[in-house]
Design a protein around this ligand. Structure first.
Ligand SMILES: Nc1nc2c(c(=O)[nH]1)N[C@@H](CN(C=O)c1ccc(C(=O)N[C@@H](CCC(=O)O)C(=O)O)cc1)CN2
Length: 292
């Protein structure tokens, strides 16, 4: 049976570490890290995530600057808002919750965020540096960084191992592949156009499942003893629940847990790490801004 990696507990450790760093920054430099959390419109899932981020900031002593904008805001007005936050010295990190409404060009907005405040790590320059050998971005995207942290804090080494990433999204699949490569793994990416993905996943010592397909990865896809990190958050109907649904990952948890060496649950695996890494990036940004 796989060892279950408790993302909630690891994220709680990270929050404690961040809280200590925040307290130290305040006492030594009189600096309170500030994070602008920007939401456009009223998507229920985005509101949930933004509320989680704002609450987490309050818990660790980061000042969250709440920016709630209407669904029909123009791209020009949103860019102006980002520029205002870029110029605000009390703001060390800027996060624009994704997805944005259809009429707004996401890439344009992410490119307008100052790279020094790009705590989501989505600015093309930060992603570009992540992709280059021997270069380091100012910030690494939170979910991929959280996946790496779950592996290292569980004692799973990736150096010299075969890693397979399922999915190639800009938010997770692509950046986590780059992080694994930087950590000296031999990396393959499988995606919707890959013939026979099972046979490739079966070679992996480390699997990152980020395809967005509920319970797609079965036990017979997995090499015995492999470490499996499930990034999927898919809601499926469940009439036995009051809400009428439940969250499942991209991995068939019951099946894969019989074969894998390590496995993250959904919920309670990667999700809490996304928020933990955002807090960490914000404090790192605030520290970088201090001129000794
Ligand atoms: N600007 C960004 N937008 C989005 C990002 C991101 O990193 N930056 N990632 C996702 C959503 N996301 C954070 O924004 C996120 C997703 C899931 C969780 C989480 O803790 N999930 C829980 C379950 C929560 C629930 O019950 O609904 C878990 O997995 O245990 C946190 C953050 C898209 N947008």
């Amino acid at each position: 049976m796989a060892q279950i990696i408790d993302g909630k507990a690891i994220a709680a450790d990270i929050r404690r570490e961040v809280a200590a760093e925040v307290a130290a920054l305040s006492s030594t430099h009189n600096v309170v890290p500030g994070l602008a959390v920007v939401i456009v419109g009223s998507r229920k899932d985005s509101q949930t995530y933004v509320n989680m981020k704002r609450k987490a900031c309050a818990e660790v002593g980061i000042r969250s600057v709440d920016v709630d904008l209407p669904e029909d805001i123009s791209e020009t007005a949103l860019v102006a808002e980002v520029h205002r936050l870029n110029a605000d010295p009390a703001v060390h990190g800027i996060l624009v919750q994704l997805p944005l409404p259809k009429h707004i060009n996401e890439e344009k907005i992410l490119t307008e965020i100052s790279i020094e405040k790009d705590v989501d790590g989505f600015h093309p320059l930060n992603i570009g540096k992540l992709a280059m050998k021997g270069r380091e971005p100012l910030f690494v995207p939170c979910t991929p960084k959280g996946c790496m942290e779950l592996l290292s804090r569980s004692g799973v080494t990736v150096k010299g191992k075969r890693a397979v990433v399922v999915g190639r999204s800009n938010i997770v699949g692509l950046p986590v592949s780059l992080l694994l490569l930087k950590a000296d793994a031999t990396v393959s990416i499988v995606h919707s156009r890959t013939p026979d993905p099972e046979s490739i996943v079966r070679e992996a010592d480390v699997v990152i499942a980020a395809a967005g397909q509920a319970m797609m990865i079965k036990g017979d896809w997995i090499k015995p003893g492999a470490a499996v990190i499930d990034v999927g958050t898919n809601s499926v109907d469940d009439p036995t629940r009051k809400s009428g649904y439940r969250l499942v990952g991209d991995v068939d948890f019951g099946d894969v847990s019989k074969v894998a060496g390590y496995l993250t649950p959904v919920p309670g695996g990667v999700g809490p790490m996304t928020v933990g890494m955002l807090l960490k990036n914000t404090v790192d940004g605030a520290k970088r801004g201090i001129v000794e």
